[in-house]
Design a protein around this ligand. Sequence first.
Ligand code: F6P
Length: 357
Amino acid sequence: MLRVGMLTSGGDCQALNATMRGVVKALSSNVQDLEVYGFINGYKGLIYGDYRLLTAKDFSGILTKGGTIIGSSRQPFKLMRVPDENGLDKVEAMKQNYYKLRLDCLVILGGNGTQKTANLLREEGLNIIHLPKTIDNDIYGTDMTFGFYSAVNIATEAIDCIHTTASSHNRVFIVEIMGHKVGQLCLYAGIAGGADIILIPEIPYDIDKVIEAIDKRTQQGKGFTVLAVAEGAISKEVAAMSKKEQKKYMENKKHPSVSYELAVAIQEKSGTEVRVTVPGHTQRGGSPCPYDRVLSTRLGAAGADAILHNEYGYMIGIVNGKVKKVPLEDVAGKLKSVSPDDQIIKEAKLIGISFGD
Ligand code: F6P
């Protein structure tokens, strides 16, 4: 008998279900007695013993289904060692529930924060397999996370739609793209959508350079400009502040989102009217794109293969195009971000995209 626990944690994304399906399909093809326990709403389910025994029927027809059939929640890593309001030790509770169900292993689908807790549970002696999900593609040690290309598709479509209206009205438009503190999603959607200006956190922008790029287009007879702006983009002034000053600035600023702040700054400095569009959580929604379906199926199958060989303590990632087991201890707590020296940035600049630097 093989007993496998499974949970999805953090912000959802496309292909979570496809990945779980990949794991279970591969396991059930190779193991006769298999029990799969789904913990409800991420680590919360593991902490409070909220789980469901999942059957083959649960995994049928979910390859294309967005979201997660077992729910998700954000359980910050920094609070894991802090007892809950009733004094419950969360780490001990998770271990107890794991042992109570006599699990052989726990398959954890999640992003950076989730991975840190997965590594903590590994250090506590549990058998862990981590499968890297996020639309942000910011997980260190893997070239790609599932969810990313599905989100790129949606964000690109948003930019495409804005293009037609921006050109009809000769307007400047900002499309705000998710990605948390990393610009990967904005970079890819921006290039795919033909954005004229792309602003990402890794390349702090100079407002005068942004206006210069808009003016240049006007002088070339192009009446409209589309900016793809990462939600985490920051100006050169803010980037130069100390962490403490940045925190204070973020708390006191007039507009919670960088896009509206930028729109006001462009309008005030140049007199140009600017519109803002925020596709927001649509970027995480809906059906996974074919690439993500393939990626998640491969990662799921490789996760199952590791379980079948009793190999634990790994993230299953993509390294140089190949599926690889990456030791959790080598990657947990690290962030992957875009480098201003990346080839893709140089190529984007070559075709005339401005990064406001
Ligand atoms: O990590 C995925 C992500 O969608 C980020 O791009 C974004 O910053 C964040 O989650 C939004 O989180 P929430 O769903 O909690 O608002």
